[in-house]
Design a protein around this ligand. Structure first.
Ligand SMILES: Nc1nc2c(ncn2[C@@H]2O[C@H](COP(=O)(O)OP(=O)(O)OP(=O)(O)O)[C@@H](O)[C@H]2O)c(=O)[nH]1
Ligand SMILES: [Mg+2]
Ligand SMILES: [Zn+2]
Length: 375
């Protein structure tokens, strides 16, 4: 596991709690600073309140996870029933209850939000992060900029019920940014902030998304400047960064692990590796919300199962013909709808297979036990 990461975070947190920021992040409220809220508090039984301690999952590794709580940072081994189910096992941002004396994890608390995607090349979901409040969809003012990808992230953010903002990085490398701002103009409730991520003053407007006790996730492709943003907001080099390829502006996948960092005078920030694929599943509501303008229009189509192509009385087609709706956006909406349907079906099938398999194992075990009893 990345020892350097935990020690760097420790060194930093010592500064946050005992140093110049003492007045802002009070020593009495380390849990609140870690994102503890009444939503989590009310899940604790009286017994748990006395016997257990809540700790936030800061990073997940193959055999252990880094957690942080009232007593500071510690490490929990990944074993036991809590870690068996791919959907249920703790992910970055989760809250775990640890037995006060044995330090054994007892259970994971219910999540206020969850980000997940189809695991690349597999028939299951992969958890990205939990209990996120706000998301910065990070893209740069270069070849990385892609509206269809932003819409994909937006569907994920809407499904999780988080507040989103698009951050356009590398503004310093261009004199003209109007095309980027213009392209994002029509999106409802989607603030856009243009920054030079290397410049601390330039990222100041983003502090509004990571106030003390809030958790902010940075999502975007490799090389767009997520770790650079983290470092500028934190005011110190917490994460490694590296230059991008000159020929196609693509990043070098510098960040390898998702991890939560504490920001001085602020909340927590999730830095994540740039995602090559973001397959969507089980997010029908998020998709409808991300494309609410089209979803609303579609309810006015003459046929309930309108494919918005050649059908008569199609309100979506009419809006496209009148140039009130962008054709690319409609194409992407339909593509994502098909993808969500296909992936959700795949997931449902593999869950049914898993259930059938575990029933088979269960009845085989029962048979062998009853045979033994007869002997
Ligand atoms: N000029 C300029 N360079 C930037 C800006 N943001 C990031 N960079 C540079 O872009 C490169 C990639 O930045 P990173 O922060 O490593 O990108 P990342 O999104 O964390 O990439 P991964 O960890 O691979 O996902 C580095 O060389 C940064 O210095 C910016 O706003 N302006
Ligand atoms: Mg990075
Ligand atoms: Zn239609």
């Amino acid at each position: 596991m990345s020892k350097s990461l935990i020690s760097r975070r420790r060194a930093f947190r010592r500064g946050a709690f005992a140093g110049s920021h003492e007045k802002v992040v009070s020593a009495e409220t380390p849990l609140r600073a870690l994102g503890w809220k009444p939503f989590f508090q009310q899940q604790l039984s009286l017994e748990e309140l006395t016997d257990c301690e809540p700790l936030r999952v800061m990073a997940v590794h193959r055999s252990q996870i880094e957690v942080s709580g009232e007593r500071g940072d510690e490490v929990v081994l990944v074993n036991g029933p809590l870690f068996e189910d791919a959907q249920e096992k703790p992910t970055v941002g989760d809250w775990l209850l640890l037995e006060r004396d044995s330090r054994r994890p007892v259970r994971r608390l219910e999540r206020s939000s969850l980000f997940r995607r189809m695991a690349p090349g597999a028939k299951q979901v992969q958890l990205i992060a939990a209990n996120i409040d706000n998301v910065l969809i990070v893209t740069s003012c270069n070849d990385d900029f892609n509206l269809s990808r932003i819409e994909r992230y937006l569907a994920l953010v809407k499904e999780a019920g988080c507040r989103a903002c698009v951050v356009l990085t590398k503004s310093d490398l261009l004199s003209e940014h109007d095309q980027y701002r213009e392209a994002l103009k029509g999106y409802r409730d989607l603030p856009v902030v243009l920054v030079n991520a290397l410049d601390r003053a330039s990222v100041e407007p983003l502090r509004d998304y990571c106030r003390s006790g809030e958790t902010l996730a940075l999502l975007g492709s490799s090389g767009v400047g997520k770790s650079t943003l983290l470092n500028s907001l934190a005011g110190s080099e917490l994460a490694a960064t590296a230059g991008i390829r000159e020929d196609d502006s693509k990043g070098r996948h510098t960040t390898r692990h998702r991890a939560l960092y504490t920001i001085p005078d602020g909340g927590l920030l999730l830095d994540s590796p740039g995602m090559r694929e973001l397959g969507l599943a089980d997010i029908g509501d998020g998709l409808a919300a991300a494309f609410s303008d089209i979803s609303e229009l579609a309810t006015q189509c003459r046929f309930a199962d309108c494919a918005h192509q050649t059908e008569p009385g199609c309100a979506v087609r009419a809006a496209m013909d009148a140039e009130e709706l962008d054709e690319r956006r409609v194409r992407n909406w339909r593509k994502l709808e098909r993808e969500v349907k296909r992936n959700s079906q795949t997931l449902a099938e593999s869950r049914a297979d898993e259930r059938a398999f575990s029933q088979l194992v269960h009845s085989a075990l029962k048979d062998s036990r009853s045979r033994k009893n007869r002997i």
